[in-house]
Design a protein around this ligand. Structure first.
Ligand code: UDP
Ligand code: MG
Length: 177
């Protein structure tokens, strides 16, 4: 069983396109899958849009945070609630294709507890974002003893042992990548 966890902050427009794409992928999966959207204190119509999505699709659950906590804490709140065998974290902005989900599930079946992949391009991002992201990873790799893969994004599958381990780490300044 699988839960897709998606943090959304002011993603009304993106969600309208994103959920049908995701639903189609879930329809084709050979595991029971559901979706948990976490509204991270959005100020646009994200919550109303999520309500519509949840009404139309029984696989969808919603969590609404009282204010904007930032992506990492929003995902922490969502991942804490997962009871399935595995969770996949997906962005609401459609930058990573949900179509990769079956491949991730196959890897989990093969025994991998953590599955991710480098982000090949940063579609729709400004040159400034690309530049600062590249700089960020360069500095992080220099400062840290841990090998942080460049540009992984948040798209990943975590199976139960990983979720259980992650739940023991309660830091509030979190950098999951
Ligand atoms: N997000 C969130 N809270 C925030 C900022 C972002 O929940 O305060 C969500 C956002 O809606 C998206 C995901 O986190 O689904 C990734 O955000 P973004 O695209 O800004 O990050 P990046 O692509 O740089 O990883
Ligand atoms: Mg993004």
């Amino acid at each position: 069983t699988l839960t897709i966890v998606i943090a959304a902050y002011n993603e009304q427009a993106a969600l309208t396109a994103m959920h049908p794409r995701l639903a189609k992928v879930l329809d084709g999966l050979d595991v029971a899958a559901r979706v948990l959207y976490v509204d991270d204190g959005s100020r646009d119509g994200t919550w109303e849009q999520l309500r519509l999505i949840a009404e139309a699709d029984p696989r969808v659950s919603l969590l609404r945070l009282a204010r904007n906590f930032g992506k990492e804490l929003a995902l922490t709140a969502g991942l804490d609630l997962v009871q399935d065998d595995a969770a996949i974290v997906l962005d609401a902005d459609g930058q990573v294709p949900p179509a990769l989900t079956p491949a991730f599930v196959a890897q989990a079946r093969a025994g991998y507890v953590l599955v991710s992949r480098p982000r090949s391009r940063r579609e729709g991002e400004t040159w400034l974002k690309k530049l600062t992201a590249a700089g960020f990873y360069r500095v992080m790799r220099r400062l840290s003893d841990t090998n942080i893969p460049r540009d992984t994004g948040d798209f990943r599958l975590m199976s139960r042992p990983v979720l259980v381990a992650l739940r023991q780490l309660r830091e509030r300044q979190r950098f999951r990548k």
